[in-house]
Design a protein. Sequence first.
Length: 575
Amino acid sequence: MYPDYFGLKEASFSIVPDPQYLFLSNQHHEALAHLLYGAEDHCGFVLLTGEVGTGKTTICRAFLEQLPSGVEVALILNPMQTDEELLLTLCDEFQIALPPPPHSTKSLIDQLNHYLLAVHAAERRALLVIDEAQNLSSQVLELIRLLTNLETNKHKLLQILLIGQPELRQILATEHMRQLNQRITARYHLMPFTLRDTGDYIRHRLAIAGVERPLFTSAAIRHIHRYSGGIPRLINILCDRALFGVYASRPEQVTPTIVAKVAAEVRGNLMLPLPRRRAAHPALVVAGVFTLSVGAGWWGYAWLDHVTTDPLTTLTQLLTPRTAPPPEPVVTAAPAPVPAPLPEPPAEPVPLADEKPAEVFPVATSFEQVVLPERTAFRVLLQQWGRTFGTTTVAPCTRVKALGLNCTLEVGTVANLRYFDLPALLRVTRANGRREFAVLTGLTDSEATLALETGKMRLPVAVLEQEWTGNYTLVWQPPPGGAVLIAEGASDANIQWLRRTLAQVPNLPPRAEIANAGSLFDAELTETVKAFQRLRGLHPDGVVGVRTLIQLSQAAGLSGIPRLTAPAVNGGMQP
């Protein structure tokens, strides 16, 4: 009922598996990076864990979306199987032809091994993903460990991703599971949203539904964060009920009083006191998890996982007192639905009188007119950097690294593309699973420029936003040596490069001799990095990761970096 009242296209917090509402916080980006690293590095085991409702299935789906085309995936959503049933399911997922039954465990493993060898010979990879892995029996876990013995001299034939609740970590930490636990080469544990994440998430969903004005006061967002414990699933329930409460009583915004009433209704029509400034309120979280365990199901990209935890176990965990977190900054309304605050775009330069007029490209009327095969798209993208992709069978991002560049896989909006200001490889996945790729090389307020093998075309930004589902790949210039993270303990060469580059950034607070202060990542350098991150709208943690490296190279004016917001010259290179 309330969408029309607020001008929303739809109920923005309804529990539906809608991919357009995908939101990845900083820690979810980091979790996704861990999974992609494990897949790229041919690791045998990768582990992703997290509490109910924190977005494990969302990360898994984003991960599967970003895998290259040469990966064969077997996805198992029901782990309550015997070892023989699991093998049969695995063969069915990989479409392995089996002889008539009866089947023995040995015969099934032999058939699987023949298949994996054939996949490896074809320079492809096989990936097994098991969701709700905390429900796997000890016998099946031992079988999974044995499957990692299927290997060549250099590579594992089967990569395995286990996704589960915190109990999975406890199971793997037991003595009889130590062999399996030691084989896990990449692992990540998802935590609930921070207060800032909660505010960004709420504003993101409202903006996707068509409203960018603040419908929730900052105090209301703080109360929602306290009552929900930062769990996205419970945030959705509270926000949906709160907007309905505003619709019924007709105030202008959701207030703390409305949130408290909604929280009381959710836990059973019993009034909850307003949360103290730093007091924890697990009661709503308990009621929400119990309610959702009955019938919420999953909501895919919109943050829902499968609810299979025993309610009594979940209630016990959530009722355990926790130390209150340190004070967090007050959340203020943000106009753009992006994962982090974005700085204002630079003013358009005034053309000089003797400049040549910009080339005018033909206008495309649909996204289909600018799509390319994946490898062709990578080749065109690298042309913007003055590089040649060549003919190779290796994964595109692996080839990019061999050319002295690097890849980062992202999910976001057009605002994110403007913020990074780099040519991007856009990906659209159609309903039938078909993937389409387009190379974005220019972006104005109203038009996008996309490159083809034979030239370029313009596409209205409105059409791009309607067709593009938010997945994209950036190619960027890493520091010499290819570092993707510079922090305390980094090599002397990387820290010296960081100091020299920071010294070239205008508008930074003055730091004494930052460029010539040695190769220590000391407190002064950390503060300089934080000052730069604040200047560029990044989270000021003092750690130089991929996003900070991209922004630092651009802010320092390093040569050879193509841009979206400036006309390309010299084969795509900036002067």
